[in-house]
Design a protein around this ligand. Structure first.
Ligand code: 13P
Length: 287
């Protein structure tokens, strides 16, 4: 079922677990994530960055691919196709293409501009039954080779954005996209608690799910996080498995060069990663 993320996230918030957003890059990625979600009876969100959107030949291609796969693979669990860190223009394009969920990331704008642009999307998404994620306070990560320590959102600004009527809110709590540096001090639970106090029932989103220790993830869920984004970890697992296949010379044996064979270990590695994350998030059997 292709659905908005609203109901699955409200259920996750009430049931004290989190739904995983796993970013997709191609057919193999999408298939591996959908198969794992179905096998584990877990709701799932397929994240699409604007870069991945371009790579996959546009948002129409993605919607067509996901819909076709859901029929072809008999997927019965709730699935959302979600724009990840969208611009305003990207959000409009994904709404037109049939995405069921949108993130508009206005966190790099002054708060007044973020409020103005997020507001413009709230009503449209509401009318169309599309869930909308907003962001406050840039989430750190590697930029131009410099790894930050993860920024933190202002809880009062979180309330301002949450009150606009968005479905879910991403707020920096010391999390970072990509690998965490060895001296990363960890998630700021004090900031998360302060945000939760301000936004009440709003499901919170934790970006940068790669490499956050399981105990921190579980604590974040207990404090109101209902959606966790994972991207890099699937990429690392995929490349390592494909590299092993090549390094072992398996592509040189028989028809080992068949792309379906070359990529198969990568797909298994994505499935293992998604399974492992879903276990930690507590969303298995919640579809
Ligand atoms: P990671 O790549 O660190 O897992 O972060 C994913 C993410 O937050 C996508 O929005």
């Amino acid at each position: 079922m292709l659905v908005s993320a609203k109901e699955m996230l409200n259920k996750a918030r009430d049931g004290h677990y989190a739904v995983g957003q796993f970013n997709i890059n191609n057919l193999e990625w999408t298939k591996s994530i959908l198969q794992t979600a179905e096998e584990l009876k877990a709701p799932v969100i397929l994240g699409v960055s604007e870069g991945a959107g371009k790579y996959m030949c546009g948002y129409d291609t993605i919607v067509g691919m996901v819909k076709g796969m859901m029929t072809g693979l008999n997927i019965t669990v709730p699935v959302a196709i979600h724009l990840d860190h969208g611009t305003f223009e990207g959000a409009k394009a994904c709404i037109n293409a049939g995405f069921s969920s949108i993130m508009f990331d206005g966190s790099h704008y002054p708060i007044e501009e973020n409020i103005k642009l997020t507001t413009a999307l709230v009503n449209t998404c509401d009318i169309l039954g599309i869930s909308l994620e907003a962001e406050v306070g840039a989430i750190g990560g590697e930029e131009d080779g410099v790894v930050g320590m993860g920024e933190c959102a202002d809880p009062k600004e979180c309330k301002q954005i949450a009150d606009l009527g968005v479905t879910m809110l991403a707020a920096g709590i010391g999390n970072i996209h990509g690998k965490y540096p060895a001296n990363w001090p960890g998630l700021r639970f004090d900031v998360l608690e302060a945000i939760k106090k301000e936004v009440g029932d709003m499901p919170l989103v934790l970006h940068g799910g790669t490499g956050i220790p399981a105990d921190m993830i579980k604590k974040a869920i207990s404090l109101g996080v209902a959606k966790i984004n994972v991207n890099t970890e699937c990429q690392i697992a995929f490349s390592a498995a494909v590299r092993k296949y090549i390094e072992e010379g398996k592509d040189l044996v028989g028809k080992g060069f068949d792309p379906r064979k070359v990529l198969a270990p990568g797909c298994e590695a994505i499935k293992d990663t998604v399974r492992e994350k879903m276990e930690i998030f507590g969303c298995i059997g919640k579809a």
